[in-house]
Design a protein around this ligand. Structure first.
Ligand SMILES: [Mg+2]
Length: 172
């Protein structure tokens, strides 16, 4: 379905606890990399990210990296450092990458959610693929003027879905 509105919004991935995801029936969490799991400039996963992943795994939630990064080794490097499955050059918002990720994990779209910081790739792609979309705030817009412009273009969608907060709807 073509929709630019996320199913839920959260400030960051850290609102998405393993317990709250499992309660929502999420067994597979697809995640964007840059500005969602870490900054564009981060070279390695930090301890907070590793602890969050361990919490998800402790609740039976698989984390899958679905990245559009144009740096050829970046998604692979992070996925290998975290020991999680991944797809680089995922082509979001096209649905092909989402379908590949679901098929590789043998999980139905209904048991999956996608978390990302961009409406026109992460949210739109997930909605088209029938996967629940969770929109987070970008970790940092600094470093590239295009990021501010993109964020500005997303503000109407963030505003229109402002009541769909994970901490209210998902965290219960
Ligand atoms: Mg991103």
């Amino acid at each position: 379905m073509f929709s630019l509105l996320p199913w839920r919004q959260a400030k960051s991935i850290y609102e998405l606890t393993g317990e709250s995801l499992a309660r929502q029936g999420v067994r597979l969490l697809l995640a964007d990399l840059d500005n969602t799991l870490c900054t564009y400039s981060a070279k390695e996963p930090d301890q907070a990210l590793r602890d969050w992943l361990a919490d998800l795994q402790g609740h039976g939630v698989t984390l899958f990296l679905l990245s559009n990064s144009r740096k050829p080794r970046r998604a692979a490097h992070f996925a290998q450092a975290l020991d999680i499955p991944y797809l680089g050059h995922a082509g979001k918002p096209k649905v092909g990458g989402f379908r590949k990720a679901l098929a590789s994990q043998g999980v139905d779209a209904s048991a999956c959610a996608m978390v990302g910081d961009q409406v026109f790739t992460d949210t739109l792609g997930a909605n088209r693929a029938g996967v629940r979309s969770i929109l987070v705030e970008p970790i940092s817009l600094a470093g590239n003027p295009g990021r501010y412009l993109r964020y500005w273009a997303e503000l109407p969608m963030r505003f229109l879905s402002r009541n769909r907060r994970w901490d209210r709807e998902g965290g219960r």
